[in-house]
Design a protein around this ligand. Structure first.
Ligand code: WT7
Length: 631
């Protein structure tokens, strides 16, 4: 690949070129990929509608770039290493040729089931190799994948399926996570009761669990795959055809389907992977995310495979069978580049350093962090105990909407500062603005983080509701993409991400809208109203604090708390369980009925010394009652 930057000087030159002549810059990068026909224009855009087109007129299939083009030179190279939940079970290695064949087989199965280009396919599967095959098989035949993290509830799956009218669901019987086995197909069955658009499902057998198979609707993968060939032509896609939808939470109640398209996403996934992680041909790369999140899409599947890399996929959790599992897997597969989340680092830190000292970790060359701000203590622990102070620790800032890493040190190339994401990648033009949307040009400042020029893997729309995309990202500040994050830029131009400035909480690197959790809580019949805020949490980064007003009557607080938790689990999933639920007589509202979250956040933080002005509240006495009952 010709897009790999290898020195700081090259970084500076590339950055300057990317600003002076963005189209020339991206065209040169796009030329490293296999296109069935070349684009007519590199970029057409405006941030008002918004309308963004990269490489328009270009034809390609991303899987030809991930698989076919490597067969001649890397056919026998390991593409995918799968490590099971249980260390006693064998891991599986797939060469590029084997991965290619598996993807083609699954693509042929999908075709036989009637899947057509443009159909939306919901994939609700655990971290098994078939999940990777499924994602790539969809891309192969031009179907749009919408992966839903296997921890979401039936109601969440149904919402996502119905929002984009998915016609097929790919799933498994059950999943294995730590010492638990959890049903998967049964959850899909429940979801499908309210999903009329779904015609068929394909089920992978992971655990030999008994499942209900609806005649004419549900098919076993192991049956269907018998009769198909290991070759499948790649569908010709336009650069701006949809590649995938991925749902993410925003400040309003309903998660939105972020849409990424084929050409631009491919270019940025490939380019950012090679540069951020400084991948070399024989390196083994491991990203611990789930493919249910964008990190897994871009840095387990597409980014590594576009570069002919060896990528590790892990079914389990960091603490099973014990808190040394990550380090055991690193030694087992000689992982060179390791990419995980601050919440995992903090929980392993809390389990004690002995777990990590039990392994050599000599293969480690670079370490990455993603999903939320990494505090200095966790950064240092990661650096000292995992990287042995000889591996760069990079903090990569990006979002589902950005498709790939935007601000980060390039491992070993650009300077590192603990708790700073650092400098933008060449091609990315971040700016800070003040509350009026005026750009703050000087350094040593804080502001709202925006991006002022398009990049190839940026969000194109929110599925089925373009207006929502415009309002959410392009209307707050004119002619800018607004990230929803606040940031600081230091004297050297390095960015430090402070956190969300909207009503989004980041729990263990997962995004939830406060309104989304409130909606779930309010489904409980005993709840009249609720307000949710985030609070600092030692392991998760942020925890969920819910203030709840109950209906008249006698309530046992313990029972009602459990019931409310259960309601949230049912409506969203275990990952959104509130950490604290406080029953309150009322909420601090202004005369116009707006909840003053500032006060609730203070209470949740446990800092009530200065609650600010409460005189504009409808009923200031409510605040005293809330403070009194503070958890
Ligand atoms: C939000 C995006 C794409 C990564 C997985 C999360 C926060 C992400 C960092 C970081 C500080 C970060 C931001 C962002 N975030 N990475 N390195 N430092 N904050 O993707 O679910 O779309 O969430 O995660 O607040 O807006 P996501």
């Amino acid at each position: 690949m010709n897009y790999r930057i290898t020195t700081f000087e090259e970084y500076e030159t590339a950055y300057k070129q990317s600003v002076d002549n963005p189209e020339g810059f991206w065209e040169a990068i796009a030329d490293n990929f296999t296109w069935q026909s070349r684009w007519n224009t590199v970029l057409e855009w405006n941030f008002t509608e918004p309308s963004i087109k990269w490489f328009d007129g270009g034809k390609l299939n991303i899987t030809e770039n991930c698989l076919d083009r490597h067969l001649a030179t890397r056919g026998n190279k390991i593409a995918l290493v799968w490590e099971p939940n249980d260390p006693k079970e064998l891991s599986i290695r797939y060469t590029y040729r084997e991965l290619y064949e598996n993807v083609c087989r699954m693509a042929n199965v999908l075709k036989n089931m009637g899947v057509k280009k443009g159909n939306r396919i919901c994939i609700y599967m655990p971290m098994i190799p078939e999940l990777t095959f499924a994602v790539l098989a969809c891309a192969r035949i031009g179907a749009v994948h919408s992966v839903v993290f296997a921890g979401f509830s039936a109601a969440s799956i149904a919402d996502r399926i119905n929002d984009s009218l998915c016609e097929y669901v790919l799933t498994s019987d059950a999943l294995s996570r730590g010492n638990k086995q959890i049903p998967v197909k049964a959850v899909v069955d429940e979801a499908l009761e309210t999903c009329p658009s779904v015609k068929k499902t394909l089920v992978v057998n992971r655990l030999n669990w008994p499942v209900h198979m609806a005649e004419g609707r549900d098919y076993w993968y192991h049956d269907e795959v018998q009769a198909v060939s290991g070759v499948c032509d790649a569908e010709v896609m336009d650069a701006e055809d949809m590649l995938f939808i991925l749902y993410t939470s925003g400040s309003t109640g309903k998660p939105k389907g972020v849409v990424h398209t084929c050409g631009g996403y491919m270019v940025y996934a490939g380019y950012s992977f090679a540069n951020v992680f400084q991948y070399n041909e024989s390196d083994v790369f491991w990203c611990t995310a789930d493919i249910g999140w964008v990190t897994g899409h871009t840095y387990i599947v597409y980014g590594p495979l576009l570069n002919g890399a060896t990528t590790v996929m892990f079914e389990g959790i960091p603490t099973y069978p014990d808190a040394g599992r990550f380090w055991q897997v690193i030694d087992k597969h000689s992982v060179n580049i390791f990419y995980t989340a601050p919440t995992a680092i903090r929980s392993l830190m809390a389990a004690g350093v002995d777990h990590v000292l039990a392994y050599s970790l000599h293969s480690i060359k670079a370490l990455g962090s993603v999903g939320e701000p990494i505090n200095e203590e966790a950064w240092q622990w990661y650096n000292i105990h995992v990287g042995k102070e000889r591996a760069p620790v990079i903090d990569t800032w990006w979002q589902t909407e950005t498709g790939g890493v935007m601000i980060s040190a390039l491992a070993g190339i650009t300077p590192l500062k603990p708790s700073f994401a650092g400098l933008p990648l060449p091609g990315i033009q971040p700016i800070l603005v003040d509350a009026n949307g005026e750009e703050i040009k000087e350094n040593g400042v804080e502001g709202y983080l925006c991006i002022k020029f398009p990049w190839p893997s940026m969000i194109r729309t929110t599925y089925g509701d373009h207006e929502r995309c415009r309002v959410n990202y392009f209307s707050t500040y004119k002619n800018l993409y607004f990230t929803g994050d606040g940031a600081r830029r230091d004297e050297d131009g390095h960015y430090r991400i402070i956190g969300r400035v909207d009503d989004v909480i980041n729990v263990s690197g997962h995004r939830f809208g406060t309104a989304e959790i409130e909606n779930a809580i309010n489904q409980n019949k005993k709840v009249v109203e609720s307000a949710v805020v985030g609070f600092p949490h030692d392991i998760k980064g942020q925890g969920i604090y819910a203030f709840v007003i109950l209906a008249e009557g006698e309530h046992d607080p313990k029972i009602i708390e459990a019931e409310i938790t259960e309601t949230v689990v049912e409506h969203i999933g275990r990952i959104a369980k509130p950490d604290k639920i406080q029953i309150v007589p009322g909420l601090p509202k202004t005369r116009s009925g707006k909840i003053m979250r500032r006060i609730l956040r203070k209470v949740a933080e446990g800092d009530v010394s200065n609650l600010g002005d409460t005189t504009t509240l409808l009923d200031p006495a409510v605040v005293d009652a809330i403070v009194e009952g503070m958890l």
